[in-house]
Design a protein around this ligand. Structure first.
Ligand code: 5GP
Ligand code: MG
Ligand code: MG
Length: 181
């Protein structure tokens, strides 16, 4: 049974202010790189993507891709699996992959390869959160919202066994709530 809500790691206001900064930086960098396609990685990035995309001041289109790398809660399933590829044609376009969080880097590494196989003009990466100390693969991250400590975080799109995705802030799952799902 859920007792207390997850402990706040990043507040709604902190997230909003950082998303504004990222949007300004990306709008500037892509001012003469068109067309830009934002490729959101489902499900975790959907709220970040929605907020970021609406703050960009340059033309952009949206695509989604779905992968699975963790099966239950925080238990690793092993390899990255492609569940759904982009639907539109991204050949010759500037792709910006939008991730919720980079942990070991395996997922993003796989996604960059996947996107390159479609023949885009460029592929860059943007993640809201980065657990830098957990890196296992040296993967290029062009835009990072926040570097965070190694805690299982939820909210703003991120889940724990499908719970807490719509929490408005980034919170830390309480140890007593981890065993119960
Ligand atoms: P990586 O392949 O970099 O190890 O893992 C990336 C994926 O693991 C993320 O896209 C996300 O789905 C999941 N992940 C890693 N750490 C967390 C976390 O703290 N919270 C949540 N909700 N997902 C995480
Ligand atoms: Mg993700
Ligand atoms: Mg997940």
């Amino acid at each position: 049974m859920n007792t207390l809500p997850p402990e706040v790691m990043l507040s709604e206001a902190q997230i909003a202010s950082r998303v504004n900064e990222l949007a300004a930086e990306i709008s500037k960098d892509y001012a003469d790189k068109t067309p830009l396609v934002l490729v959101g990685v489902l499900k975790g990035s959907f709220i970040f993507l929605a907020d970021l995309a609406r703050r960009l001041t340059i033309p952009r289109t949206i695509e989604f891709i779905a992968v699975s790398s963790y099966e239950n809660g925080s238990q690793r399933s092993g390899a990255v699996r492609l569940l759904m590829d982009v639907r539109g044609n991204i050949e010759g376009k500037h792709v910006l992959i939008i991730e919720d969080i980079v942990d070991t880097g395996h997922t993003l590494d796989y996604l960059i390869g996947m996107m390159r196989s479609h023949g885009p003009a460029s592929v860059r990466t943007c993640t809201l959160l980065h657990k830098a100390e957990r890196a296992e693969v040296d993967v290029p991250i062009d835009y990072t919202g926040f570097s965070i400590a190694d805690e299982w975080v939820v909210g703003y799109g991120l889940d724990y066994a499908e719970r807490d995705r719509t929490l408005p802030y980034i919170g830390i799952v309480r140890p007593e709530d981890r065993a119960t799902s």
